[in-house]
Design a protein around this ligand. Structure first.
Ligand code: SAM
Length: 235
């Protein structure tokens, strides 16, 4: 899979893309990620990529031309069809279901906005899918783009140690009726820490009893912490 990220702040992305699961997926060739500086496509003699908003108001707005040219040029670098995405607090809120469908794409192009946002006309022209990582506002789309890359990378077959371990995570685990569940609590050595003991069943070696206990924990946690998952499984 190939992911291209278009940004005005490429330095914000380099470290995280080289580390951990994303870094390993890139090294092993499972995932190709390319970061592009939108400023490289400006035709302004002062390298301008943003300007003051028409109608007044605070902040700056990213201009149409550099972003538009950048998208077309980057798309031309590879024959695979791109699915264009814009990180935006006004987009559809990201869910695990959505990430799973994105992980099946051959190629994604992620646009990170900055400042007050992007001139609406270039969004209309490019028609990206708009995605939000939550109901709060960040300074730019770089961290949301990293969130997207990370969530996708760990779903690529072979990216995690065990192929099915992503299926054991919150939201991917489902109850018998298809409701997404939160993960069970986890414990490791020592058996007693700070006078707190590991639940006895996990030390029993009885795999059936352990599976039953874990399923019960998942149900209880989901009920206590995210009852909305049962009410509206797709939200
Ligand atoms: C300061 S924000 C602009 C917010 C915009 N004025 C609004 O109120 O909708 C700058 C950029 O950060 C990114 N961004 C901010 N919050 C985000 C979120 N929750 N999810 C995805 N991207 C976000 C977007 O790319 C956005 O263009």
């Amino acid at each position: 899979m190939r992911i291209d990220i278009l940004t005005l702040f490429p330095d914000m992305l380099t470290g995280p893309l080289d580390a951990s699961i994303v870094g390993r997926a890139r090294e092993s060739g499972l995932l190709e990620v390319h970061v592009h500086d939108i400023r490289d496509w400006t035709r302004d003699k002062h390298n301008k990529v943003d300007d003051r908003p028409f109608g007044g108001g605070p902040g700056m707005v990213m201009m149409c031309q550099p972003l538009h040219d950048a998208v077309l040029a980057v798309e031309d670098k590879d024959p695979r069809r791109t699915h264009r995405m814009l990180l935006s607090p006004q987009g559809r809120r990201l869910t695990q279901d959505h990430v799973e469908s994105l992980a099946r794409q051959e190629r994604l192009l992620l646009i990170a906005g900055h400042y007050e946002g992007i001139d609406e006309r270039v969004i209309d022209a490019l028609e990206p899918e708009e995605v939000s990582i939550g109901d709060y506002v960040l300074s730019g789309g770089e961290l949301p783009a990293l969130v997207l890359v990370d969530t996708i990378a760990r779903l690529l077959p072979g990216a995690l140690g065990h192929d099915d371990s992503a299926a054991e995570d919150s939201f991917s685990i489902t109850d018998d009726d298809g409701t997404p569940l939160l993960d069970t609590p986890h414990y490791t050595r020592p058996r007693v820490w700070d006078n707190r003991e590991v639940p006895e069943v996990l030390l029993s070696g009885d795999h059936g009893a352990i599976a039953t206990w874990r399923r019960e924990q998942q149900r209880q946690r989901t009920q206590q912490r995210r009852p909305d998952l049962r009410e509206d499984p797709k939200d």
